[in-house]
Write a protein that binds this ligand. Sequence first.
Ligand code: Z5A
Length: 205
Amino acid sequence: MTGKFITLEGIEGVGKSTNTDFVADLVKAAGHDVVVTREPGGTPLAERLREIALHHDDEPVPALAELLIMFAARSLHLDNLIKPAIVRGEWVVCDRFTDATYAYQGGGRGQDVERISALEGWVQTGIQPDLTILLDADPEIGMSRAAQRSAADRFERERQEFFQRVRLAYLARADKYKSRFRVIDAAQPLDKVQENIRTVLNKEL
Ligand code: Z5A
């Protein structure tokens, strides 16, 4: 028996965390066991790497180091949580995965896509999400929603142009991998966004 792997993606503040829980509830209601997780993070050690990636201001984190931290965390996450859950037949619902690396480290920071792709092949050994929900909205909307919460992390202090590049990289991924991506307009009110997500999931379930 094998489970499924669903990821939610998008720039900050578009509603990934809110809708990760919503997706998990829909999957549970359909009778599946669900593991809800996030990246970077998801296991105790990977969460420690998340802290380094998001909150360390005492030493510069060069773009290559940042890229490697993302994949080191992902390797722990895959081996210690995601793969075992899928093998047990559970559905994994994950707030961000490798598309975020292409969008942030590739589109945002300008890291070479070939390099990201090599790391992806090495770390994931063929594992890909079955479904990726891309919540898409203008960075201005996401930033204004996110600003109402806790203090900004290293990424959230980036300028709007950075998030424009990230958004475009996400949309390019969605265009390239049409069979697994579903793009939802996250500028809509939450009830409309969730209506769209329900429609997408009903087809999967
Ligand atoms: N990162 C990376 O660089 N490379 C990688 O490979 C990976 C990650 C995996 C992780 O932060 C950072 O790591 C991320 C990229 C980087 N940095 N950034 N930016 P994160 O996972 O914590 O991501 P985040 O984008 O900072 O999460 P967020 O700010 O919590 O946003 P969100 O989860 O998309 O939004 P939310 O918390 O669900 O909603 C935000 C608020 O808006 C909240 O009050 C909601 O109630 C409200 N909301 C949500 N939807 C709506 C709608 N439709 N209308 C109105 N209000 C809404």
